[in-house]
Design a protein around this ligand. Structure first.
Ligand SMILES: Nc1ncnc2c1ncn2[C@@H]1O[C@H](COP(=O)(O)OP(=O)(O)OP(=O)(O)O)[C@@H](O)[C@H]1O
Length: 297
């Protein structure tokens, strides 16, 4: 009961864009695809959607090719807007619902519920092209999930959203997870990825360079920094000259490679320095990503 990519490759001309990609997403899990611009994420998503055919390899949902499943199995939010700007919101959502196998009435009821959930029932009769960017993104999101698909693919779902709407999208996202949906999503916002995903795959130059459960990847990293609540000068005095001591918002940070953390804490206490906080910091997903791709995103 999974989405499975087995040794999938795709080239355009002589350029290989996805090379021998394999991963498994169990039903009900959230899997994030990460990578720099041009790494091959959207191409991978398009192959899962059967918009593009892999040159080799297989893509299976519940053990069968996606085309073999009933209409409406899949919901997709594309990175580029895919709406009709000259069409009104409600008729447009009804159209999308019907294309996914709903009756007009089912599509209308679902659209009205989701417009309410996203806080924009008043826009049902507006032209889509006249809505703000964030509200168009809400319509795009509704179009992806209106027909209650089992597999939901979201390409950059949070782009163009203000902080309030980002939180709203996150809460809808969590509701989809609670409802047992399998979700594949791609985002350059690694804080969202860390907060929302069960597992990630990092694609770099067309290849999967790291994949696994987020918590296991994070737990496997040794701490790289000590964050201390204490007088920065007192900390500096107890470190070798030239140690990289940073002070940010009242916290003192020292890379682990510049101090022996246990010894530093002992020394601080022995020297009577008041320590209000002492924490070992592990690399975040953003740190791990930057290390794997070796470049800034
Ligand atoms: N239809 C196509 N014909 C030729 N090259 C293509 C085609 N589609 C994508 N590419 C190339 O494949 C590479 C991967 O593109 P893709 O859109 O999959 O990257 P991405 O990881 O989604 O990037 P981004 O984060 O910028 O969306 C890019 O170099 C792109 O130019």
């Amino acid at each position: 009961m999974t989405l499975e990519l087995r040794n999938v490759s795709k080239s355009f001309g002589d350029k290989t864009v996805v090379r021998d990609l394999s991963f498994v997403v169990p039903t009900g899990q959230v899997f994030s695809l990460l990578g720099l611009n041009g790494a091959g994420k959207t191409t991978t998503i398009r192959m899962i959607l059967d918009i593009l055919r892999p040159d080799s390899g297989e893509i299976l949902w519940q053990g069968r090719p996606l085309q073999a499943h009933r209409l409406g199995t899949l919901g997709y939010l594309p990175e580029e807007r895919g709406l009709y700007p000259q069409m009104k919101v409600l008729p447009q959502l009804v159209l999308f619902g019907r294309l996914q196998g709903l009756s007009s009435e089912q599509a209308r009821q679902a659209a009205l519920q989701w417009l309410e959930r996203f806080g924009i029932p008043q826009h049902r009769d507006a032209l889509v092209g006249q809505l703000s960017k964030g509200n168009q993104q809400k319509i795009q999101f509704i179009a992806a999930i209106l027909h209650n698909p089992d597999l939901v693919i979201l390409d950059e779902p949070f782009s163009g959203l203000d902080p309030v709407n980002t939180e709203l999208f996150k809460s809808v996202f969590r509701e989809l997870v609670e409802a047992g949906k399998t979700i594949i999503f791609s985002s350059h916002r690694l804080d969202h990825v860390e907060a929302l995903s069960d597992a990630v795959g990092i694609i770099h130059r067309s290849e999967l360079v790291l994949s696994g459960r987020v918590q296991e990847i994070l737990d496997a990293q040794p701490p790289h920094t000590v964050r201390i609540g204490a007088d920065p000068d007192a900390v500096r005095r107890l470190l070798p000259p030239g140690a990289d001591v940073r002070v940010e918002r009242g916290w003192v940070s020292v890379p682990v490679r510049h101090c022996a953390p246990d010894e530093l804490l002992r020394n601080l206490v022995q020297h009577g320095v008041r320590v209000t906080h002492y924490e070992w910091i592990r690399p975040s997903l953003q740190d791990i990503f930057l290390e794997k791709v070796g470049e800034r995103p």
